[in-house]
Design a protein around this ligand. Structure first.
Ligand code: BG6
Length: 455
């Protein structure tokens, strides 16, 4: 296990909100040794006291339930260092120490190529690992360039392209349910499944993230990575093992089988929209374009819906709907498997019923199956829903992800070819939208989405 973590972007939002709390969760569950150290580096030039006050505030805010011991242990393990990721001498001093180091780039993606070049010049100790936040590259060409630079720095298995959805227990439950239950596998194909909905509707709005979000939008923020990863877990062939190679080979097969959308497909198969002012619960939400830092000329979408087709034996004929949006009326975060209707109903004309639906609730976690059952009379069918309890996770997603980095298990991070294939899927959409092949619709904050959005 690597005992030293260096975070560039070390006093940013990601570090305070997720990484320090992730480390705290590892300590709380006995997975972080006493000699662990985390160096938080950036250009700001804080003194030790300012840094400690900041780190303590972050822990109090984002890890309110940890013990006093854990809080103290993380504050003791963490130290600050001023370093510019573009300066090889400063970076070399920051990563210097005994043994390999895990370097976490919690930086804007535009800085990744420079950061990788600097780390190369600064000589990473042998056995070190590198963690990159999403989005991986700004487009397909950017991802290819970054992959080439990374290949010169460390072996592929030492690169952790993060997708925190893969570290969520609820997402891993998709794998557990599929692969440990014979009853599902025989139905897991287009003969039985008409549609798979992969939905991440949020009531959250921009939350002061214009600096990042306004340059990516919903498609690149959510679909290119998280939702396509969910699609892979639903649609992949059963892997031989859950080792990084077996699992990632099967996921990349799925990405390669996704049909490339043409300009003719885009108007029928994609939607984009942006929220205007509205009310969510008792919150008044300003229009996206009135948020500080947003450039209305960019026409950034905050909602998108994409219908994809998988061209392989198992899935030809099933629709995969990927949808996500911000500032919507309600949170809905799930993968819903819609089965086809039964081929014949022997109940007469009263016996019509809705097809079965299996739902993997991702947040909050639950698993439900809707079946039809006999109601008051044999021809009066009613839907019944069975709900299975899901064990609560023992670690938050970033805790699990950091543990995998420190232990050196990249199975639940994205391999270079996966990142490139995911860009291949979204690139024609980005291109068509940039040529305004479809309108940018509007929806009021607090509504279910643009007119016609399916509930
Ligand atoms: C992030 C996106 O990766 O995932 C956010 O950038 C999104 O826009 C978030 O809100 C959803 O995941 P979580 O775990 O924060 O609910």
């Amino acid at each position: 296990m690597i005992r030293r973590l260096v975070i560039f972007g070390g006093t940013g939002d990601l570090t305070g909100r997720y990484l320090l709390p992730g480390l705290a969760a590892l300590h709380e569950t006995g997975r972080l040794g006493a000699d662990f150290e985390v160096v938080c580096a950036d250009r700001k030039g804080r003194d030790d006291e300012q840094f400690r006050t900041w780190a303590a505030t972050q822990l109090d805010q984002h890890s309110p339930d940890i013990s006093g011991d854990t809080r103290q242990a993380i504050l003791t393990a963490a130290r600050y260092r001023q370093a510019d990721i573009q300066d090889p001498a400063q970076v070399a001093e920051t990563i210097a120490g005994a043994g390999p180091v895990a370097v976490y780039l919690a930086l804007p993606p535009a800085l990744f190529p420079t950061a990788v070049r600097t780390l190369h010049a600064a000589h990473l100790p042998a056995g070190s690992r590198l963690v990159l936040e999403k989005p991986f590259g700004e487009d397909l060409a950017g991802a290819e360039t970054l992959n080439r630079l990374l290949a010169d720095l460390v072996p592929e298995q030492a690169v952790f392209r993060v997708d925190h959805f893969l570290a969520m227990t609820t997402v891993q439950n998709l794998l557990g349910s599929r692969l440990a239950n014979r009853v599902l596998e025989s139905l897991w194909n287009s003969a039985h499944i008409a549609e798979v909905e992969i939905i991440w509707d949020e009531t959250l709005t921009l939350e002061d993230r214009a600096g990042y979000y306004d340059s990516v939008g919903a498609l690149e923020d959510m679909v290119q990575n998280h939702l396509l990863q969910l699609l892979c877990l639903v649609a992949m062939e059963p892997p031989i093992t859950l080792s990084e190679r077996d699992l990632r080979d099967r996921k990349v097969d799925v990405l390669r089988s996704i049909r490339t959308l043409t300009d003719d497909d885009i108007p029928r198969r994609t939607r984009r929209a942006r929220y205007s002012a509205g009310v969510i619960g008792d919150r008044h939400v300003p229009s996206y374009t009135d948020e500080p830092g947003v450039d209305p000329q960019r026409r950034t979408e905050t909602f998108t819906e994409v219908h994809l087709t998988i061209d392989n034996w198992r899935w030809a004929g099933t629709n995969f709907l990927l949808r996500t949006g911000k500032a919507l009326a309600a949170d809905r975060k799930e993968v819903a498997i819609h089965f086809r209707p039964v081929p014949h109903m022997p109940f007469g004309h009263h016996g019509t019923t809705a097809p079965n639906v299996l739902r993997f609730g991702l947040d909050p976690e639950n698993l439900t199956l809707t079946l039809s059952a006999i109601g008051a009379a044999v021809d009066a069918l009613v839907p019944v829903t069975m709900t299975a309890p899901i064990h609560p996770p023992d670690l938050p997603a970033y805790g699990r992800l950091l543990l995998d980095v420190l232990l050196g298990n990249p199975a639940l991070s994205i391999r270079g070819d996966e990142a490139e294939e995911a860009w291949r899927v979204v690139t024609p959409i980005i291109s068509a939208w940039s040529r305004d092949l479809i309108p940018l619709d509007d929806y009021p904050a607090g509504s279910p989405g643009p007119a016609g959005t399916r509930r």
